[in-house]
Design a protein around this ligand. Structure first.
Ligand code: ADP
Length: 257
């Protein structure tokens, strides 16, 4: 009996071990696939601005083109685009770490939203945009820096994709178990077909590409990763030419630490 008992334990352990190894192998494979896709995506995103800068500079160096301020500005803009992409990628790799270490503390969403709005004062003024706020105070247990980044990215998009003189509205609500943040604009909107794609890395809608807003298509990927790291959810409702509303639901999470 003793021998059988022992061998049974042995079988169970072996079975669990096999499962754990398989699970680890699957997770490694998935990470490897993601890493490969990321490398291809980054190479693709860098190729265009780099090709533009080098062909413009080549033409100038060979005397084919005069170095007019417009052409130099064009090169400068492309270099700015490359730097934005690199810093967005740093943000993305932080946000997409398998285990993001959140430094949780009580965060009052309405106060934070006011701070974020004030930090965008210049951008709002430069497009004559108004940005109203409503709602109630709501404290969630979260990583303040990351929540700020979520708000920064959503407001910066609302500004980028609004028309001159448009209206942006931010609201914060306390839903008991969770806090809800909404950022709404009356800008260019997103078509129904493209809504499921905008959270993908480097995805930019046709409409926004043609507007030269200088986006890199990484901001919403970061938002989604950070919201998910907090156990929350981000959704969007939008209509072309009418505007967009992004909603972030964050569990209050007081009890999880
Ligand atoms: P980007 O740097 O291009 O703004 P994001 O990842 O933040 O990248 O957004 C992805 C795409 O989703 C944008 O390029 C734009 O096409 C679309 N988008 C995001 N926010 C809005 C918005 N408020 N209104 C309209 N389109 C938006």
């Amino acid at each position: 009996y003793e021998i059988r008992f022992k061998s049974q334990i042995g079988t169970i352990e072996l079975h669990e071990l096999t499962q754990a190894v398989n699970h680890m192998a699957e997770s490694l494979e998935r990470q490897e696939r993601l890493r490969k896709r990321m490398t291809t995506d980054v190479a693709h995103e860098l190729r265009t601005p780099l090709a533009n800068v080098s062909s413009h500079l080549e033409a100038i160096l060979e005397g084919v083109w005069k170095p007019t301020p417009e052409r130099l500005q064009g090169c400068y803009d492309e270099i700015q685009r490359i730097s934005r992409l690199v810093s967005d990628l740093e943000g993305l790799s932080q946000a997409e770490k398998e285990y993001v270490t959140l430094e949780k503390e009580p965060v009052e969403l309405l106060t934070l939203a006011y701070t974020v709005r004030d930090s965008f004062e210049q951008e709002l003024a430069s497009k004559s945009l108004s940005c109203s706020m409503t709602g109630e105070t709501c404290t969630v247990y979260a990583d303040a820096k990351r929540i700020r980044q979520i708000m920064d990215n959503l407001l910066s998009n609302a500004i980028k994709y609004s028309y001159e003189g448009g209206e942006i509205h931010i609201s914060v609500h306390d839903f008991g178990e969770s806090g809800v943040l909404e950022v709404e604009d009356d800008g260019i909107g997103i078509s129904q077909e493209e809504i499921p794609l905008i959270f993908e890395r480097f995805y930019r809608t046709d409409k926004s590409r043609s507007r030269k807003t200088g986006g890199t298509g990484v901001g919403l990927t970061i938002v989604k990763a950070l919201v998910q790291a907090h156990g929350g959810k981000v959704t969007v409702e939008s209509e072309t030419e009418k505007g967009s509303r992004f909603t972030v639901v964050l569990p209050k999470g007081e009890d999880d630490e």
